[in-house]
Ligand binder design. Structure first.
Ligand code: PRT
Ligand code: ZN
Length: 283
């Protein structure tokens, strides 16, 4: 049995549950309590506030956890970063009122900065030789300058909309974050074996994200050119069709390259192009 800590509610909850579900681990969300048990996998789920997850994994109350890298950096918990998970992307940035005469980091000398991330900020300022006063505020940090509580803020930014609507501008991106899978440093052999099997599944899910399965009919004499356009996992699958001089070509493409490749393949004479959702990629 392995125990995973995930956020009970908030921005990372849904995608954490979805990742486990895509990895074939079913948790009954209806019957959800503080501690849940997967129906078909040796895994318990502990639902916590995100701030508590790194420490709980570090002290062994949970074996693994899903949390923002920002929380791991802030708590300085002694855990392994096992995987970057690619969701919950954001950054912690310094932002100043848009009316400020900001030219460089030196502007922060002697200023007061409101934040929920004092440790990350202190390390950054120490590194840059800046002496400033850090004021810890939990929540609604973005209103601190207008409320006269601070000169600037150090807070999480994703779209930047919150900063704009509070008359602030982002001047320094200090820390890039995303959701990560963390693990305790002293897992037993049994727990490590369960984690390895879970990682195998998570990697298959992650590898399929942002990709599509593509298949098409193509004149056989164009296959070599098509393969150059479509490098696949190993190489594309080519199958002869009943119609003389034609074959069927199957491959995997990244979403960001899909339309570009489809246009090139059409120009080569590809017909009946199908693009399908990809569920898992097991290499
Ligand atoms: O109750 P609990 O303590 O568990 O939740 P929480 O309120 O502390 O955290 P939550 O659910 O807001 O965020 C959880 C994690 O999601 C964070 O630790 C980050 O790793 C990640 N994340 C990703 C974000 C954002 N994007 C984000 N945009 N966390 C917070 N925000 C805030 C940001 O502070 C800003 O005030 O959302 C606001 C809007 O951002 P813009 O730039 O899109 O306007
Ligand atoms: Zn929190």
């Amino acid at each position: 049995m392995i125990r995973i800590a995930i956020q009970s509610k908030g921005r990372l909850n849904e995608e954490s549950v979805e990742l486990l579900r895509d990895a074939g681990v079913t948790i009954d969300e209806q019957k959800r309590k503080f501690l849940g048990r997967a129906a078909n996998y040796p895994l318990e789920v502990l639902y916590l506030r995100d701030d508590d997850i790194p420490e709980v994994v570090a002290d062994g109350s949970a074996d693994i956890g899903i949390v923002g890298l920002n929380e791991v950096a802030e708590t300085r918990a002694d855990v392994n970063i096992v995987r970057r998970l690619g969701f919950g992307r954001c950054r912690i940035s310094l932002a100043v009122p848009k009316t400020a005469d900001y030219t460089s980091l030196q502007w922060f000398q002697g200023k007061t900065i409101a934040t929920s991330y004092p440790n990350v900020l202190q390390r950054f300022f120490d590194d840059k030789g800046i002496k400033a006063s850090i004021r810890v505020i939990k929540g609604s940090v973005e209103i601190a300058p207008a409320a006269g509580i601070s000169d600037a803020i150090f807070d999480i930014v994703s779209s930047g909309g919150t900063l704009i609507s509070n008359g602030l501008i982002e001047v320094e991106r200090v820390f890039e974050s995303e959701a990560v899978l963390i693990g305790g440093k002293n897992l037993s052999a049994e727990k490590q074996a369960i984690l390895d099997s879970l990682l195998f599944r998570i990697d298959a899910v992650s590898d399929s994200r942002g990709k599509k399965y593509i298949l098409m009919n193509l004149p056989s004499d164009k296959i070599d050119e098509a393969i150059r356009i479509l490098p696949a996992l190993r190489s594309p699958t080519v199958m002869p069709l009943a119609a003389e001089g034609w074959c069927s070509l199957h491959s995997v493409v990244k979403d960001c390259e899909l339309w570009d490749k489809v246009e090139k393949l059409k120009a080569l004479g590809a017909e009946g192009i199908l693009v399908l959702q990809l569920d898992k990629v097991i290499e």
